[in-house]
Design a protein around this ligand. Structure first.
Ligand code: AQP
Length: 339
């Protein structure tokens, strides 16, 4: 199926399962901002139904939902140019999610590495929602016939599963209704790693605050965390290839590159031979320069939750106007009677 009959449309989301991290910013939000006005309709979501796959304190969930919305807005998502809303206000996500639960195969879900990582040795005790999460994610994307999904590296497998669900639905019902969505995984920071262990992803819900930069951290905290980030004793090498096997060093170079809008190669070329005592303060200054204005703006926005709620409500209305006809057509294709 060619994708040309579908409106070029971007969908992506972030779960309010805690505060936003530098990983969310560089791997997702910064790239979402860049895609605004680039020939796509852009739809960005706070995926609160995904957050509750793990227990969330209700008041904390509301705060985190507003914080993610504030992060989007402070980083440059413009509600006049993009649709911005929280998932639970558009009930069509859950409805299409159920249909996709009936399309996706258990064997496909069993291959999802994120489920294995999150469930760990506790797989019998985690929620059914955590297991079914990728099929709701497919619904989030396909409810808008989204053609492109910018995500970090960790979500690649879920977008591939979204394509499998679309293809199986189209095949089972003999239609060409859902597009085969393209994952967009680009740039130097598609996988920002934990500052204390360069082999683990930087996550919102990681144990120690020192392992991540939060988008709400103030200048001193950002600077302190980066200066204390784990590294090895060797200086920066002459070529990127020489960072092989040095995950912490590779991570800091990637973060620098993404913040400075440079390639990692250019960062290495500029700083070859520098020790960490030189490079880390430069990185800390750069991070403060780029992130402090965003955290200041987030704090301003968070002081007026009513305004954030209003923006999300208006976005939800716009989202429903695209989602509803696509869901109704899906019901008709499946044979669900509508009076
Ligand atoms: N470390 C990261 N590097 C690059 N991209 C990242 N993303 C998340 N962490 C990194 C990208 O941000 C988008 C939203 O992800 P999410 O927060 O909805 O889900 P997640 O990937 O499960 O995030 P966390 O922080 O790991 O959440 P918890 O700890 O609650 O499970 C996605 O595009 C993701 O790729």
């Amino acid at each position: 199926m060619t994708e040309t009959r579908f409106t070029p449309r971007v969908f992506s989301g972030i779960k309010p399962s805690g505060g936003l991290t530098l990983g969310n910013y560089l791997g997702a939000i910064k790239r979402f901002v860049a895609m605004q006005g680039g020939g796509f309709e852009t739809i960005y979501c706070v995926v609160d139904l995904h957050a509750i796959t793990v227990w969330q304190d209700p008041a904390g969930l509301r705060d985190a939902t507003r914080e993610v919305a504030a992060g989007y807005l402070a980083a440059g998502i413009d509600p006049a140019r993009s649709i911005l809303f929280n998932q639970s206000q558009v009930s069509q996500h859950a409805e299409l999610g159920w249909i996709f639960n009936c399309v996706a195969r258990v064997g496909w879900m069993n291959r999802m590495t994120q489920f294995k990582d999150k469930a760990g040795s506790n797989a019998e005790k985690v929620s059914l929602g955590l297991y079914a999460y990728p099929s709701l994610m497919a619904a989030d994307i396909l409810l808008y016939h989204a053609t492109h999904v910018p995500v970090g590296e960790d979500q690649k497998q879920h977008v591939e599963l979204t394509r499998d669900i679309a293809a199986k639905f189209n095949h089972d019902f003999g239609v060409e209704f859902f597009p085969l969505t393209t994952p967009v995984i680009e740039g130097p920071a598609t996988r920002v790693m934990n500052l204390r262990d360069g082999t683990k992803k930087m996550s919102k819900s990681g144990e120690s605050d020192m392992e991540r930069i939060n988008m709400t951290d103030d200048a001193d905290t950002i600077s302190k965390k980066l200066k204390k980030a784990r590294t090895d004793p060797a200086p920066l090498p002459e070529t990127l290839d020489e960072l092989e096997g040095r995950p912490e060093a590779r991570n800091l170079v990637g973060i620098y590159a993404a913040l400075a809008d440079m390639t990692p190669e250019a960062v290495i070329a500029e700083h070859a031979g520098a020790g960490w005592g030189t490079f880390k303060p430069l990185l800390a200054d750069l991070a403060v320069e780029k992130l402090a204005p965003i955290s200041t703006e987030m704090a301003r926005l968070m002081a007026d939750p009513g305004e954030i709620d209003r923006i999300l409500g208006q976005g939800a209305e716009k989202a429903r106007s695209i989602a509803e006809p696509i869901l109704r057509q899906t019901y008709d294709i499946v044979g669900l009677l509508r009076s």
